[in-house]
Design a protein around this ligand. Sequence first.
Ligand SMILES: [Zn+2]
Length: 284
Amino acid sequence: MSDPVLELIQKNNLKFSVSGRDYLIKCLNPEHDDSNPSFRVDKVTGVAHCFACGFKTNLFKYYGVFTNLVPMKIMALKEKLDALKKFGQELELPQGYTPWTKVFRGISPATLKHFGAFYTNAVEKLQDRIVFPIKDITNKTQVFVGRHTMSSGNPRYVNYPQGVTLPVFPAHLPSGYSSVVIVEGLFDMLNLYDKGCENVVCVFGTNTLQNDIKAKMLPFRAQGITHVFLLFDGDDAGRKAAKIYKPLMEAEGFITEIVDLPDGTDPGELSDEDIASIAEYVTK
Ligand SMILES: [Zn+2]
């Protein structure tokens, strides 16, 4: 991979040393006689700061170099994510769990397997449920979400353990996408994925994403996602939520579009043809 910051330093014949994630060079402030280089330049972004005199700049700006900073910002985000990955606990799968191998509510076994669906009798709260390990951005399981196998089952969903903040799921998309479709429910997400729209995530209801939207969307920015499509349920709550989220997503730097569904339709019920046309639209 090219290294634009280093190239810029070498092109300008600056003496430098490496210090962690920075290059150390002589201060660029003409009023600072910097005998002991204390000017730190971020290796990735070119953001530069002198801790002795307080002078701040960006190396590209300083040398009048026009550059596309987006790839560098993405690299910086990836480094942040790597740092996050060093922390965090993981839940273990219950003993004696059985991987799910049948069609469930029209979702193919391959898709259910892809998202780790299983069945267990070892945890009472998860009995008679199709259970999904919900992984966070660090790829660690934070919570199990179980949907009752009977549509009349009550409650329809349980989270185990309770009280865990649900992440956006999945936290990573298959590579190569620049857009993401956001849906409300787990089975909305599974339905879209199953029928060929793989760049889809669910937010477990419209209230959860507002908390910590920056952190939750960070992995997608790091993946190079630039467009967000809000595909919420075709009801008052879904439409209201889409209107709330559009400016929030835009504030995070995503080009955001609301995909409005007909009244009474939710993405979990969409047919193959509907989803094929959505997939085509959001990847155009
Ligand atoms: Zn200085």
